[in-house]
Design a binder for this molecule. Structure first.
Ligand code: ATP
Ligand code: LTN
Length: 335
């Protein structure tokens, strides 16, 4: 990038809704670490989003601090990016309100995640669940983000954020930048180890479906040993082999190679050996992250300071956008 040229802005977040899975790592955080070297990055802990499904207050608080420690342990550097808790910056909820008036109930109710979560939490289809992508649009647009690194499952939400930005700009004049989703070819959609038709999710009821960043080596190896494959005994990626394809993409994300290279590595080998190798590769990456996370969690004062500093940066960056929005929509802001 040429000297003096403004750096691109990156925005992303994860909900503190439980232990992170290797899907969150491969699809999101791993990429954030790379991006912080070159861009202005804002990475939030999306607690406002998390309460759209029921959370126990004490657990939510604990998961928030654990997620902050995970961010740092995965290599995010608070000098290079703003790491903060979404609810510490009131502009998110404020902009969301304005954007709600530009979003149609029809389009929000057509979102895949809304339909999935409504089915899963049929006793709690609350307004927040439907508003979820609008709050996400507010997150992204507040910082005038150029790119949003996420897994495939969030692409539709980023597209809605784009539509809302364009709609606002058309109605009130150029205000928001129209963001692009940034989705990696590999690792962007890690599937459940028990049912590869589903994405690996931190809130799956089946404990063997997901590998958590906090799982110890034996647990990781056991979960991979039990992973669903097929009866063919041939290690190649293909639509008819969702279990094996998933293991190959996990391996490629954690070993730092392409799926084609992974196929070559395991050519002619048996499933047992393959699963063990995938498990070992994942466990090797997780071990130093776990050690660092544990160390960080024993220093809550430090974590609190980092989050405070991140929130101050985020506050400053987003305040300008919000007051511009308030002016554009016609809110009186004093003579
Ligand atoms: P929940 O189960 O509580 O809905 P989740 O596991 O789906 O949570 P999120 O907090 O919604 O996790 O997602 C955080 C980030 O991780 C997003 O960028 C999302 O796209 C990415 N992500 C989540 N699951 C996967 C997956 N299985 N493969 C790749 N990326 C994923
Ligand atoms: N909904 C996202 C988390 C999230 C997010 C965002 C991601 C909240 N706000 C803004 C990107 C940009 C998820 O991954 N479930």
């Amino acid at each position: 990038m040429a000297e003096g040229e403004n750096k691109k802005i990156i925005y992303s977040a994860v909900q503190p809704s439980g232990n992170l899975t290797i899907g969150n790592y491969a699809g999101a955080i791993r990429n954030w670490v790379r991006l912080q070297e070159e861009y202005d990055c804002f990475y939030a802990i999306a607690d406002l989003h998390a309460i759209t499904v029921r959370q126990e207050p004490e657990k939510l608080r604990r998961h928030t601090l654990e997620l902050a420690a995970t961010y740092l342990a995965c290599g995010l550097d608070p000098e290079k990016c703003a790491l903060y808790v979404q609810s510490h910056v009131p502009q998110h909820a404020e902009l969301c309100w304005v954007l709600n008036t530009l979003t149609y109930v029809g389009e929000a109710s057509r979102m895949t995640q809304f339909k999935d979560k409504s089915a899963k939490h049929a006793d709690n289809i609350n307004m927040g669940l439907m508003d979820y992508p609008v709050l996400m649009a507010a997150d992204i647009l507040l910082y005038l983000a150029d790119c949003v690194p996420v897994g495939v499952d969030q692409k539709q939400h980023v597209e809605l954020a784009r539509d809302i930005a364009i709609r606002f700009n058309n109605r009130y004049g150029e205000t928001f930048r129209v963001p692009e989703p940034l989705i990696r070819r590999d690792g962007a959609s890690i599937r459940s180890l028990q049912d590869p038709a589903k994405k690996m999710s931190k809130s799956d009821e089946n404990p063997n479906a997901a590998v958590f960043l906090s799982d110890d080596r034996d647990t990781v190896l056991r979960k991979f040993r039990r992973a669903v494959t097929d009866s063919e005994n041939s290690i190649r990626a293909s639509e008819e082999k969702p279990g094996v394809s998933n293991l190959l993409s996990i391996y490629s994300a954690f070993a730092g190679c392409t799926v084609e290279e992974a196929e070559k590595t395991f050519e002619g080998r048996g499933y047992g050996e393959f699963k063990l190798a995938v498990g070992e590769t994942v466990a090797d990456v997780l071990a130093p992250i776990q050690a660092e996370q544990k160390r960080l969690l024993s220093d809550r004062r430090y974590l609190t300071e980092i989050l405070k500093g991140g929130a101050e940066r985020a506050y400053k960056a987003s305040r300008k956008t919000l007051s511009k929005v308030y002016r554009k929509v016609g809110f009186f802001q004093g003579e």
